[in-house]
Design a protein around this ligand. Sequence first.
Ligand SMILES: [Zn+2]
Length: 275
Amino acid sequence: MTDPVETPQPASTVEPPAAPHEWRPDRFMVIVAHPDDADFGPAATAARWIDAGSTGWLVCCTSGDQGGEDPDLDPSALAATREGEQRTAARIVGYAGVSFLHQPDGSLANDLPLRELLVREIRTFRPDAVLTQDPEVVVYPDGGINHTDHRAAGLAAIDAVYPAARNPMAFPWLARSGLAPHRVRRVYLFWTTAPTAWVDVTATIGRKVDALRAHATQIRDPDGLAARIGEWAAGDGARIGVAAAEDFRVAIIDDDEVDTEAETVSEADAGSRPD
Ligand SMILES: [Zn+2]
């Protein structure tokens, strides 16, 4: 043995503190696989942005019709219940509305039909930022597996944002029927293992817990929920020196100074949505 004093020490793995992420979209869309994903995900960030004046829209690719443990349960009935739970939670967070794409739970595929549905949503609502699940995570550091639907939804959302939503020749019948191309400037990936941004959600973490309580079919331990969510948020908050944060991997596709006005439609058009 050499003298311990001379033993090389491993480089510190403690990362320097990050600055809180302050950029805020005027309009944002959250795209997820299942009802409750958005509320376990970026609900407190969504609530913070909405409180500050942003408008948010939620898109659920499936209605969670496999989200139970009873093989005799009617999947259609479960889907209807879960859509109701999600609508209640979305009202608590403050979203302007929710779209359900009614894709099959457990079998979600990043295919062209799903991409077209998402391009329709994006070109209709016209968000500055899209928040979705990080599709590159298959196994989490703790050994947990990232659900196949989460990966499919995340990849489909990214592929819909870029290049399809901004390309008039992608699904050209959409542009011909009035859904003009739209440039989403940023993508925020949540449930990531490679975060680059931390949003201070100290003021809205309680709303996230309230929204999650609306998912009664999915919450097995309602009494322990606040503590569990608070623990996660505190861990992320420590990175920026606040009590609670949510973290994201952010892709900036277009800088803010890029003028996209030429390709946007009128506010009146942007505000109308098909049923
Ligand atoms: Zn899920």
